[in-house]
Design a protein around this ligand. Structure first.
Ligand SMILES: NC(=O)c1ccc[n+]([C@@H]2O[C@H](COP(=O)([O-])OP(=O)(O)OC[C@H]3O[C@@H](n4cnc5c(N)ncnc54)[C@H](OP(=O)(O)O)[C@@H]3O)[C@@H](O)[C@H]2O)c1
Length: 261
């Protein structure tokens, strides 16, 4: 698909009801893809269908909870039946939390892993037989800069995104012979509903960041990475700086984070 378009591509996208996923869906439809989208809020997905104008019924909404195995199977079956297969899977759905690990419940850790790691891995497992038959097939994982650098008060989120990135790295090599690209994209702080949807976090929880990107901008970069079949892309200059600083000078990076925490 290098230099090519999404025209006619059959895409499954999770987490389409807001933020990055919303713009991924609208941009994919604009680019001529056929997209099966999922997330829990059915009304939002209905609004998304209206927002895209849904030309030629190219957007199919399958509302539900991605942590439910039956729902994941239903999403994949819908794509197989209505699109005739899958070329691209975008694992975008994600949740986070803010707060110290020693003050949090085991449930917070488990819920974050259920959405951010297990659901993405298991969606991929179900999609793989279809992707193997797909056209220029790709799995995209929407990760985070925090998959490269742990920060305080986001230990569960960092752990889940680190896990996702490591899993994707293994998968990329395993799937090379099948011609399936595994594309990991790591956004930095993005304007979306992410921080309004934090679980088990104080109401006044705040997140420190250097700058912020729009969800629309991030979605465009995610699609460019898929089009170019990139291995891993850190999306913002600040994110790139953090990743490199962290590798080259981990002690200094820790002190820098502590000073801004
Ligand atoms: N915002 C940031 O600063 C930032 C930075 C780096 C990486 N990211 C990553 O980018 C991705 C998209 O996040 P965003 O910023 O666009 O946040 P967002 O606006 O909160 O979107 C998250 C999406 O995930 C869906 N979702 C959450 N739990 C779900 C579940 N159990 N089942 C099905 N869908 C579920 C939500 O839909 P429903 O609520 O309708 O289910 C929503 O569509 C996430 O993986 C996030 O970790 C975000």
């Amino acid at each position: 698909m290098r230099g090519n378009s999404f025209q006619g591509k059959r895409v499954v996208l999770t987490g389409a009801s807001s933020g990055i996923g919303w713009y991924l869906a609208t941009q994919l439809v604009q680019a001529g893809a056929n997209v099966v989208v999922t997330s829990r809020r059915a009304e939002r997905l209905r609004q998304l269908r209206l927002a895209t104008g849904n030309p030629l019924k190219r957007l199919i909404a399958v509302p539900g909870d991605i942590t439910d195995a039956d729902h994941r199977q239903h999403v994949i079956d819908t794509a197989a039946e209505q699109l005739g297969g899958i070329d691209i899977l975008i694992n975008n759905a994600g949740i986070g939390a803010i707060g110290r690990f020693d003050q949090a419940s085991p449930d917070r850790l488990r819920r974050i892993f259920d959405v951010d790691f297990f659901a993405a891995a298991e969606m991929t497992r179900l999609a793989l037989p279809w992707l193997k038959e797909g056209r220029e097939p790709a799995v995209c994982v929407v990760s985070s800069v925090l998959a490269h650098r742990g920060v305080p008060e986001k230990s569960e989120y960092c752990a889940a995104k680190f896990a996702l990135r490591g899993w994707a790295e293994s998968l990329r090599i395993e799937l090379r012979g099948d011609g399936i690209a595994v594309v990991t994209v790591s956004p930095s702080t993005t304007r979306s509903e992410f921080f309004e949807s934090l679980i088990d976090s104080p109401r006044d929880a705040r997140s420190f960041s250097f700058g912020c990107q729009s969800a629309q901008q991030v979605a465009g970069k995610v699609l460019r990475a898929i089009r170019r079949r990139k291995r891993e892309v850190v999306l913002s200059p600040g994110g790139k700086a953090l990743v490199w600083l962290s590798r080259l000078a981990p002690g200094f990076t820790e002190r820098l984070i502590l000073a801004n925490y």
